[in-house]
Design a protein around this ligand. Structure first.
Ligand SMILES: *Cc1c(COP(=O)(O)O)cnc(C)c1O
Length: 410
């Protein structure tokens, strides 16, 4: 069938093999290993000449089905599911970087990704070049022949900065660097990474996809759009696998060696989550916009930050790239750190917890938690303010959330 909707495409992704019992929902293949008829069949599978499963650190039918569904709805060439969003970020850099390589990125990053680049990968000789990605001249000046990627988050958290994706992708492509983006903040149903020139997309599936915060996971989505033949670590793979080089090395070497594959139980829950992702997102993002508008009317709130608000500096760009309801997370500033703590402690309905896009609304004071171990100077460089509260908007009615916030401010 042609012109099939996003939901239909997602729900009717065929199984790789017909299930022995014709189960309508992909069973959880809770097994470490798989048996072979003969030594020859075993050799074929282990040498990658047949697609049979051998060991669940490398592939598993339930996890593969989750990957297939994402491949189906994104039009990607390869999808790899890992056991956390951070495992997806780490595997990606391990696949493309080498000692002496650099990553051109922004200091406005998810805290653990910042720490991975700044400390963990630095120990292996990978340099993080933090710059202002909204300034394309600065980006151009930072890229050189050792740049293994331009890396960004499509709406940064908690700063909510937006980069012109088509423009930066053109800059990266002209300089021979892949554009890699963490798109966790907007789900596949509302943002098509490929249309914006993103070569590799990374998603923490813990967020929208898990559906009610059931489990931790991550995916790497490879669009097969980058030519890796000049990459010191991928050029041989480009010779044998062409545009599939990134995923080929990921599957046959890096992810296999690191051993952080998604588990079948998690893949099962996240496949279910994926089925209702769009519905939940539409409702949560619409509530977020309505709430952001109403919070602007409250006196104790100094500023509301949501890129779907008309007075936001990124409003036009955000609408063009992500539509009128750009995600279900907003931030707002109060007068001081003390005011933020008092507000947090008075909340009755909204939960004090980290995480994003749970079905329940969650509030956190980022500076004292996610960025609690950073120095004051580092926090300032990352524009993480002591006066900011981050809110992840759930499925509650907007009235419930507004009332809880109003009473907590009083
Ligand atoms: C949560 C998050 C991650 C990390 O994902 P985990 O599943 O917690 O490992 C990475 N990037 C962004 C933007 C996130 O919100």
């Amino acid at each position: 069938m042609k012109n099939i909707s996003f939901e239909a495409q997602l729900l009717h992704t065929p199984f790789d093999k017909e299930d022995a019992y014709r189960a309508l929902s992909m069973p959880v293949y809770q097994t470490a290993a798989y048996e072979f008829e003969t030594a020859e069949a075993m050799e074929e599978a282990f040498c990658g000449r047949t697609p049979d499963h051998a060991y669940s650190r490398i592939t598993n039918p339930t996890v593969q089905y989750f990957e297939d569904r994402i491949r189906h709805i994104t039009g990607a060439t390869g999808v790899t599911a890992l056991n956390s969003g951070m495992a997806a970020v780490t595997n990606t850099f391990m696949n493309i970087a080498w000692s002496g390589a650099n990553v051109v990125t922004s200091p406005h990053l998810f805290g653990n990704t910042f720490s991975l680049l700044k400390s963990t990968l630095a120990a292996f000789g990978v340099e993080a070049r933090f710059c202002d990605l909204t300034n394309l001249e600065e980006v151009k000046a930072q890229i050189d022949e050792n740049t293994c990627a331009v890396f960004l988050e499509i709406i940064t958290n908690p700063q909510l900065e937006v980069v012109d994706l088509k423009a930066i992708s053109a800059v990266a492509a002209a300089a021979g660097a892949p554009l890699i983006a963490d798109t966790t903040i907007i789900p596949f149903s509302a943002f098509k990474a490929k249309d914006f020139g993103i070569d590799i997309e990374i998603v923490s599936t813990t967020k929208y996809i898990s559906g009610g915060a059931t489990s931790i996971g991550g995916v790497i989505v490879d669009y097969g759009t980058f030519d890796w033949s000049d990459s010191p670590v991928l050029k041989n793979w480009a010779g044998s696998a062409g545009t599939y080089a990134f995923t080929a090395r990921m599957r046959k070497e890096v992810h296999r060696n690191i051993g952080a594959y998604m588990t079948p139980q998690v893949a099962y829950m996240q496949t279910l989550g994926l089925e209702t992702m769009q519905l939940r997102f539409e409702r949560q993002a619409a509530t977020c916009l309505a709430l952001a508008e109403r919070l602007q009317t409250l006196d104790p709130i100094v500023a509301v930050n949501y890129t779907g608000l008309k007075d936001n500096p990124f409003y036009e760009l955000s609408c063009a790239q992500f539509g009128p309801c750009p995600g279900a997370m907003l931030t707002f500033d109060l007068a001081s750190r003390e005011a933020c703590f008092a507000f947090m402690n008075r909340l009755q309905l909204i939960r004090r917890a980290t995480n994003l896009f749970d079905t329940k609304s969650l509030a956190i004071h980022p500076a004292s938690t996610i960025y609690g171990n950073f120095t004051k100077e580092q926090r300032q460089a990352m524009d993480v303010s002591l006066c900011t509260i981050r809110l992840s908007v759930g499925l509650e009615a907007v009235e419930d959330l507004f009332n809880d916030i109003t009473q907590a401010l009083s």
